[in-house]
Design a protein around this ligand. Structure first.
Ligand code: CTP
Length: 400
């Protein structure tokens, strides 16, 4: 749902080099017309395509150009610039700037702001089609997406260099719509960031075989969708599932427990984290070659995986305000889950019975007991999406 206007929202626009830089002027015009506050940073390369003066004429403020200008730093340092914004938009984002963002390089004002910021970032790439399709750019975009950065475009079409393909900067109206969409989220969880893990993990034995479990990801995906429907910014870290990515959610696809751990940690900070995934407790000390039959049965040795829920729950810095774990138990559900809540350091545990015949793992329904510091509360058996809605209502209540 779109907001009525961007009234008072503060956007920091970073304009990097490229023929499309001139379109940034139209974007500023659209943002200003919608009453957004716009500050702009023009990179050295960007200033070869448009002048600081033309950008400044449209912005409410002077244009910032160089980290090492003493006047810039004394008037408004790079940290202050990123703090004073609600959202950072990089348009156009050159291949070079995207690579620096992915690598964490901070060698001018724009890249320093991007490394120092804790604000959400939208990038609109623009470059030659071959640069866009180069493996390095593909990898950089994947890294940025995995960090929750929203990527708009690029569009496909004839390019200034005479080639045809994807690489053109998205139209200013489309970038503006993405900004509106970002701020337009309404609902009780608007402005909150929630991390959800979902699905199984696959632990390779060798390049062709793996150990997995029966989790379908249905419950975690339903929770992510219900959170987004209530206005939350959701990062879903999903193991291999056959489900579609839920709409309005940043989905990060991983395979192993260690990848899930790294992706969930990289998505912090968050207001709430929900660990719904059925993470493999052990990984195989894997062979990098296919294990061949040799007359004897091979032995698989297991190594313990990191406990993602426990790690994030016990963090002294950056622990989400509300951490929710799940507990899959085959017996003594309430006692085991209550002990698990304390052991793992989380606030709530959603416990479910996964014994033979329970039909929960991989099924469409769930029957859970919510364990909080106040005790155990059994919920009626219901569809996984109804359980998700109920859990999200409880989260909204707890945060308000
Ligand atoms: N979990 C996790 N990382 C792991 C193992 C589990 O984040 N390496 C999380 C799950 O996502 C879930 C909770 O911990 O939220 C409990 O998972 P469960 O499998 O029930 O517990 P285990 O820690 O595996 O304990 P046990 O198998 O001994 O019951």
């Amino acid at each position: 749902m779109a907001a009525l206007s961007l009234d008072g929202r503060r956007v920091l626009l970073i304009v990097s080099g490229g023929i499309a830089a001139y379109k940034a002027l139209e974007l500023v015009r659209l943002l200003r017309k919608d009453n957004a506050g716009v500050r702009a940073v023009l990179t050295r390369r960007g200033a070869e395509f448009i002048t600081p003066l033309s950008l400044q004429a449209l912005c409410e403020d002077r244009v910032y150009t160089d980290l090492f200008s003493l006047t810039d730093e004394s008037e408004m340092g790079h940290i202050q610039l990123s703090r004073s914004a609600d959202l950072l938009v990089v348009a156009p984002a050159s291949a070079d700037l995207l690579a620096k963002m992915a690598a964490g390089i901070a060698d001018d004002l724009a890249t320093t702001i991007l490394l120092a910021t804790d604000k959400p970032v939208i990038v609109a790439p623009a470059m030659n089609v071959r640069m866009w399709q180069h493996a390095a750019t593909v990898a950089n975009i994947a890294v940025l997406r995995a960090r929750g950065i929203v990527v708009i475009g690029p569009d496909e079409g004839p390019m200034a260099c005479g080639e045809f393909g994807p690489g053109r900067l998205a139209e200013p109206a489309a970038i503006f719509a993405a900004v509106r969409d970002f701020f337009g989220k309404s609902g009780a969880l608007a402005g909150r960031h929630v991390i959800v893990t979902s699905g199984p993990t696959y632990e390779p034995i060798d390049p062709v075989r793996y150990i997995a479990n029966r989790s379908s990801g249905r419950q975690g995906h339903a929770i992510a969708q219900a959170l987004a429907a209530n206005g939350a910014r959701v990062t879903l870290v999903s193991g291999p599932v056959t489900l579609a990515d839920p709409p309005g959610v940043v989905s990060i696809h991983v395979e192993t427990a260690r990848e899930m751990h790294a992706a969930a940690a990289a998505a912090l900070p968050a207001n709430v984290a929900i660990f719904c995934a059925a993470v493999a407790d052990w990984r195989v000390d894997a062979s990098d070659r296919k294990i061949k039959k040799s007359g004897t049965v091979p032995t698989i040795s297991l190594v313990e995986n990191p406990d993602i829920l426990s790690d994030i729950s016990h963090r002294a810095n950056g622990r989400p305000g509300l951490v929710i774990g799940f507990a899959a138990e085959t017996e003594n559900l309430v006692a085991n889950a209550t002990a698990k809540r304390l052991r793992k350091g989380c606030d709530w545990i959603v416990a479910n019975h996964v014994g033979a015949g329970s039909d929960v793992m991989g099924g469409t329904d769930n029957e859970v007991v919510l364990i909080t510091q106040d005790g155990a509360e059994p919920w009626q058996r219901a569809s996984k999406s109804a359980i998700a809605d109920k859990l999200v209502s409880r989260i909204i209540k707890a945060l308000s």
